[in-house]
Design a protein around this ligand. Structure first.
Ligand SMILES: Nc1nc2c(ncn2[C@@H]2O[C@H](COP(=O)(O)OP(=O)(O)O)[C@@H](O)[C@H]2O)c(=O)[nH]1
Ligand SMILES: [Mg+2]
Length: 477
């Protein structure tokens, strides 16, 4: 059985347990700590969490990857429980900033309203990135807008992607970049001034490097010790959504995005107007190929406009809208998982039936071969003709008690192999039925309870991918 399928219930239940802790559906202990891990996609968040927790976070490309949502991982640390929250980055090519902010708002809002506090934040910044990388600037801007703290002593900034080998000149460039990141208000300067601490994280991105693990744990130890000194502040985003009941577009972080959405919307609108003008000109006397080109551009612009309209709608949503939306998504994902598991049950049962049919055919063939000599003997005793007698004397036919013929041996080994495969297929089918029944009986409810406040749908998309991929793998073969 594919291990991903085998552990689907376990993984879902485990994920639900960690999400429940984050959103306060299960009451955390006073010593528990929740840390948000932030940074652009590819900055090393999942790898960092994996090094701290020792768990497979399946990096951006794994089956269980949760790049479009948050995912929570936990670990024990000197008798207490530490939760590390893997988040999607802003300015990602695959998703709009408003989607990223809604996911963060949904989880962080639910968490705050149920009494859970974010104990600290870790921002990862790849030192390899160009100094003025727009993506990093956007992520920094969004952190400041989401936090709005007077003090940033619960924030650690860690530069990642330091080269393992470098020339003197490369080192000088990177050192200069690091100094600018920590000194300039355009980057982390003002947050460092308000207490944030900057680290170098010595990672390679490859497993099995003790240095990388100790580097990650050193940074985490700093965050834990800071969180023990004073209660961390509530994020501005949480206050705005819950205490002030603002819509997402009215929050400080939301206004940064709203400004962009409206600016883009206006720009697209005017581009579209100009384009329509040119299309009209081409209809009367222009080339037809140019007209087709312009129509394609128009379709792309309209698509863009549609997304921007959706973003504008999302900006109007309140915490309860976000929660309801996410809860509906979670339910839908559960239905999809159930459907995929049912499909797997059918596949396994069909496999089993095919093999039982083949076994049945081979057994029939074998019985026929075994019956042949008897039939001949029976034919002999009832007066065989001279020709048969002669041929039997030249090549004596095998009897059931004699050494089996090559064909019979072949059938026998085929039969044994098939019996083995049938046993495996039977086991696989019954395992799959058991997994399906467990999902329906317990996991589904538990996972939905873990999301009862309206979160977690996105985090399950990876599980669906794993279940679907399971259809391609078959332990019988
Ligand atoms: N050289 C180097 N590579 C890293 C480091 N951290 C992560 N990586 C690699 O960078 C890629 C992106 O990392 P990932 O953890 O998926 O980034 P995320 O998108 O922020 O979660 C992966 O291929 C990692 O193996 C690091 O500190 N140094
Ligand atoms: Mg990741």
């Amino acid at each position: 059985m594919n291990p991903d399928i085998e552990s689907v219930n376990e993984r879902l239940e485990d994920q639900a347990r960690r999400l429940s802790a984050l959103i306060g559906a299960t009451k955390p202990r006073a010593t528990d700590r929740f840390f948000l891990v932030l940074g652009r996609t590819g900055s090393g968040k999942s790898t960092f969490i994996s090094r701290c927790t020792g768990k497979d976070t399946n990096i951006s490309h794994g089956l269980f990857s949760c790049t479009d949502s948050i995912d929570v991982f936990d670990m024990k640390w000197e008798g207490r429980r530490i939760y590390l929250i893997d988040t999607p980055g802003f300015n990602d090519t695959n998703r709009s900033d408003i989607d990223t902010l809604s996911v963060l708002a949904t989880y962080l809002g639910a968490s705050y309203s149920n009494g859970v506090r974010i104990s600290g934040l870790l921002m990862l910044h790849p030192i390899s990135d160009n100094r003025v990388s727009g993506t990093n600037l956007r992520n920094i801007e969004m952190i400041e807008a989401m936090c709005g703290f007077d003090k940033y002593d619960h924030l650690a900034i860690a530069t990642t992607m330091w080269p393992e080998h470098s020339t003197k000149q490369e080192r000088a460039t990177l050192n200069g970049r690091e100094a600018e990141l920590s000194g300039s208000d355009k980057f982390y300067g003002s947050m460092i001034f308000k207490g944030a601490v900057m680290f170098r994280h010595h990672g390679t991105g490859r497993k099995g490097h003790d240095n990388e693990v100790s580097s990650a744990r050193r940074i985490l130890a700093h965050l834990i010790s800071r969180s023990d000194r004073r209660v961390p502040g509530v994020l501005q985003l949480q206050k705005e959504l819950i205490d002030e009941q603002k819509t997402i577009g009215e929050t400080s972080a939301g206004t940064v995005i709203a400004a962009d959405v409206y600016r883009h919307h206006q720009a697209r609108e005017s581009e579209l107007k100009q384009l329509e003008e040119r299309i009209r000109e081409h209809i009367f006397g222009g080339s037809s190929s140019r007209l087709a080109e312009l129509s394609d551009i128009k379709a792309m612009l309209q698509q863009d406009m549609k997304k921007l309209e959706e973003s504008k709608e999302t900006l109007k949503q309140s915490m309860s809208d976000l929660g309801e939306k996410e809860f509906q998504k979670a339910k839908q994902k559960m239905d999809e998982i159930e459907g995929h598991l049912m499909e797997q049950v059918n596949v396994k049962e069909e496999d089993l039936k095919d093999m039982e049919d083949s076994l049945h055919h081979i057994n029939n063939d074998r019985s026929m071969v075994l019956a042949l000599p008897k039939a001949r003997e029976a034919g002999d005793s009832s007066g065989s003709n001279g020709r048969n007698q002669a041929s039997r004397q030249r090549t004596p036919s095998p009897t059931p008690s004699a050494t089996p013929s090559t064909f019979e041996r072949h059938l026998l080994s085929q039969n044994e192999e098939l019996m083995r495969l049938v046993r495996i297929a039977r086991r696989d089918a019954s395992e799959m039925r058991r997994i399906y029944a467990a999902f329906k009986g317990k996991t589904r409810d538990q996972a939905l309870n873990g999301t009862v406040n309206g979160v977690a749908a996105g985090a399950m998309s990876g599980i669906i991918a794993a279940v679907a991929a399971g259809g391609l793998l078959c332990s019988v073969m």
